[in-house]
Design a protein around this ligand. Sequence first.
Ligand code: G6P
Length: 612
Amino acid sequence: MCGIVGYIGTTEARPVLLDGLRRLEYRGYDSAGLAVWDGQKINLAKIKGRVADLAGLLQQQSVKGTVGIAHTRWATHGEPTTANAHPHADCKNNVYVVHNGIVENYKALKDQLIREGHTFHSETDTEILSHLIEKYLTGATTLEQAVSRALKFVKGTYALLAIASSDPEKIVAARLSSPLRIGVSADQVFIASDPSALLNYTSRVVTLTDGELAVITRGNYTITSLEDGGAINREAETIDWNIDEIQKSGFDHFMLKEIFEQPETVINSTRGRLIPAEGRAVLGGLADVEDKLRALKRLTIVACGTASYAGLVGEYMLEEYADLPVEVCVASEFRYRKPSLIPREDAVLVISQSGETADTLAAVREAKAKGVLTLGIVNVIGSTISRETDAGVYNHAGPEISVCSTKVFMSQLTVLALLTLLLGRQRRMSLVTGQRIAAELAALPARMAELLAQADRIKTVAQHCQSAKNFFFCGRKYNYPIALEGALKLKEISYRHAEGLAAGELKHGPLAMVDEHFPVIFICPKDSVYEKNISNIQEVKARRGRVIAIATAGDTDIAAIADDVIYIPKTLEMLTPLLAVVPLQLFAYYIAQSLGVDIDKPRNLAKSVTVE
Ligand code: G6P
């Protein structure tokens, strides 16, 4: 979704802002722009298209100065056009604003401002903000006073930055439900919607929370409450994400790099948390609520997209090993379905890479309003969900740049396996079972590395299917969610039609579509449902369908039935999803690569979905 960058310091703002915008490109956007104070006036440059197009525009247009704000826009109100791109100015070209979020009452505010004589140049809700600030600058002594007064009339969500020629040498920022982080470094201060845009310059980061306003000057920042103007002291935290992790390191795409990082991801997500000898897991972020967890009668897992499929795997894990009733619900449904939740008996666990997904955040708030314990599995440190949940676990997967999630999915599965150990051992899991799961989890990175070494073989299998337009992905039990995830990966980056199915559902309808042009990918490791999967494979073969099997190493029987087999190393049934998903990620990647699509930034999608 939209990205924000701001800079005030001692060097030219333009390269810093462009660099920040490039680092936010992965979030998905359709236009870009910036505004910089040159000591006399604010110069604006914006364009429909890529950050590279903006950089091209800036070769013809002089934008100099050391204070500036910039934005990548993903259209919500109004088409993706240059006029609708941010920053947006007021009538006098005095105030410039960039904004993430939605002004819900924009229509009423716009009508009122037009009646008062303001002229609008875009269809966006954001432009309201620059005019409202213009209005409240009359009678205010500072830009921050005007911003604060204007925001009292705004309903909706925002992360916004404002600069003004009438009160230059500062950036005013405000936040409600959309993230903003300040990066501090000697006499320069940076601000961005995502730490990736800051980490090239500083690892010292201050997170604004909802209802706060910040004034950023050279080398300094102050935070106040939007509600009562009270001063808020907040020290910077250190984010130890390495900037090298945000580069491609020789891979053609971030997605491929992130797929290959997965053995390391499992190591990072389990570091210091897994005690194989004692067959248990230690999750510091849940320590304060362990008694409440012990008393739980039901867990509802809520998430969106890939994270919801991780949640489904968690459901199988927790039900089998912790004997805990679990239900999984996508967040966009959960928030409107009036879920019945009982305090002290129920808990809601949300899973979110970004920690900012609007629907998932709404689910947290809904659950809190009902008085139940809220837990999070979140990757981005200091994100809104991580702050608003009662307790939680960080994935420690590092930044994921590709829109299509791979290594974070792996870290979500890993954390869910750790949670299963924790809750299982609290309940009825024996020491021996705990030790077995922990040992298998510890052995997984080496097995995953073996699997990744077969990437060329997976590429060949993908090439066999290059011309197919439709795909089914089938699995049972633990690997049913992996079938869903495999289909989602393919859809996201190749734009091919793919459906994930519980293999047992094939004959209840989907089988009607199968013919020799229709590849069906079966995830069928040697597990408790192996024979059932084999029967389903036979049904597809009888209709001349092309079968690709993801099978356990050493399974020679399956090679006689399937057209292609990709072998995964043997592991515990509960952990097979962590291996089985890897060839499916690579399969999607290689199909997309052969089609020449923009793999890291698939059309129409965004990394972080901060609107409903
Ligand atoms: C978007 C992303 C998906 C992600 C989903 C949930 O749709 O493209 O990759 O699974 O949002 O995001 P979250 O940050 O909450 O995990």
